[in-house]
Design a protein around this ligand. Structure first.
Ligand SMILES: [Fe+2]
Ligand SMILES: [Fe+2]
Length: 200
């Protein structure tokens, strides 16, 4: 088995386990990670970049979600250190591990508003945002109260409206993908801006 397939198998194994904090593992794997990887594949038909490393990053970029939730204070740190272990186990070199974890995965997070320096991180950010637009992500989060235990609907709607802005304006780096995202963005914006009203 090649290195990338080994990574995918290990990640699938981690998500097959029961998450002790939140019951979302099968959705994250099917509804997010595989979709992010598929968008990376799609972008690779139009742009040149290190596809194998970016697909590995797609499978590893939310790794801590296999055993914890978004409110874990060490989420990114644990996620990145576990990703290094998985890549090592799959046989990747130290240089490749640094590239995949520090440049692609860390870079796509755009901490402190920093734009990624590598195209691979821009591809991952684009694919990540597209996976929110092109799946039932916003419904699933709402239906299962994934990130909004004890919060009301208006708080949720405000979160969605903010997140879709970030996705389309800051995370989608390629012009044609921005265009492709427009109808998704517009319909979500319309839906989540609705408020009880009557025609006068
Ligand atoms: Fe992300
Ligand atoms: Fe993600």
């Amino acid at each position: 088995m090649d290195k990338l397939n080994k990574v995918i198998k290990i990640v699938e194994g981690l998500y097959a386990k029961k998450n002790p904090v939140i019951d979302w593992n099968s959705w994250i794997l099917e509804g997010h990670l595989k979709v992010v990887a598929a968008w990376v594949e799609d972008i690779s038909k139009k742009s040149k970049f290190d596809k194998e490393s970016t697909i590995a990053a797609a499978y590893l970029h939310d790794l801590a979600y296999a055993w914890t939730d978004k409110f874990d204070p060490d989420l990114d740190e644990k996620s990145e250190s576990e990703a290094r272990k998985v890549l090592k186990e799959a046989g990747y070199s130290e240089d490749k591990i640094i590239f995949i974890v520090d440049k692609i995965i860390h870079g796509h997070g755009m901490y402190d508003g920093k734009e990624p320096e590598h195209i691979e991180a821009k591809v991952l950010a684009t694919a990540d945002a597209f996976a929110h637009f092109s799946t039932d992500f916003y419904l699933v989060v709402c239906w299962n109260h994934y990130l909004f235990e004890n919060k009301d609907l208006n708080t949720y709607k405000a979160w969605v409206l903010k997140k879709i802005e970030r996705d389309i304006n800051n995370k989608i780096f390629f012009k044609e993908y921005k265009k492709l995202a427009e109808p998704y963005y517009k319909s979500l914006k319309t839906l989540f801006s609705l408020y009880p009203s009557k025609i006068s």
